[in-house]
Design a protein around this ligand. Sequence first.
Ligand code: HGY
Ligand code: MN
Ligand code: MN
Length: 366
Amino acid sequence: MAEAGLAAAIDRVGNVYGRTPGNRRTVLIGSHTDSVPNGGWLDGALGVMYGLEIARAMIEAGHAGGVDVISFQDEEGTFLPCLGSKSYCGVLSNDDLARAAGPDERRLSDVLAAAGFSAEASRFEPDRQVAYLEAHIEQGPKLEAAGARIGIVTGIVGIRRFRVRASGQADHAGTTPMRLRKDAGAALIRLAARILESMPAMSAGETVWNIGAMEFKPGAANVVPAEASFILEIRDLDEKVLDRLQTRVEAMVAEAAAGAPVAVAHESIGRIEAVAMDRALADIVRKVAARHVGEPMIMPSGAGHDAMVVARTMPSAMLFIPSIGGRSHNIVEDTREDDIVLGCRVLADAVNEVLSRAGSTDRPGR
Ligand code: HGY
Ligand code: MN
Ligand code: MN
């Protein structure tokens, strides 16, 4: 960022924030550079690189307006979903920070302390930034299937994550009679299967769900599991659908606990509400895209993005470029080079359009 001419700093949660020097109107461009385990090279990093390239080009050209660029930390939620954008938008509570822990039970607060970041929180600057634009790969198959090269995002799904735990008793798996076991693993597998089997009938057409992590302790072939846990994630554009599903899942957890020789409980470990993108801003990006490649695809996002946090603070819009084979959250993730270049051109033109509408001149005396 410094090489591109930005004044750059790393903030208290690890966001990397680069500001175009001077008091001026800017567009904030950002995304994230953290990744899922074995993730690909574009999920997140693409949107940051676009911001960096557009900032570099504008500074080099001596443009009166500018862009600020941010690489948000932990969008994927290894510790806390959208950690960086929540901090940046001032909606991260000290409680959230204190409670967050990774899958290996390392505490976020310990990890941040060990990283030795500054104590400063970078913050959204309402007098300066007129809009947030985030570009991202689609991470699904719709653009490619339609032969469309740009997608304009209408809204982003709400996401709820729950950790469900069972606690029983470790015993010798060869000598303890089946009727005497307090098998946390078996109880949890049954509950997981029941939830997965019930979901299709309980959900709406576009709802998706995933049990993406399951753990037994102590985790040995010859020990009855004393502790077991899984993480359930549910996504939908409609918060009412999510409310209904949460109620039903909670009822199933309670039923699993009743009459079982083990304790079963759940906790919420992540919740981000569904959000609409700013219509006027999205329309500017749509029109700019249409000049390059004809009408883009108008689509919701089933993936979460930092824009879902930022959109509650400032006008926000997103553009998608295609993912080859719709693949993402996998090392094979890729996008054609001409699509990558096109997305950056569309975003750069959209920045110019937004700045010229906002009045992009320097603001003396500030
Ligand atoms: O989990 C998601 O939807 C995103 O990839 N962060
Ligand atoms: Mn991702
Ligand atoms: Mn992403």
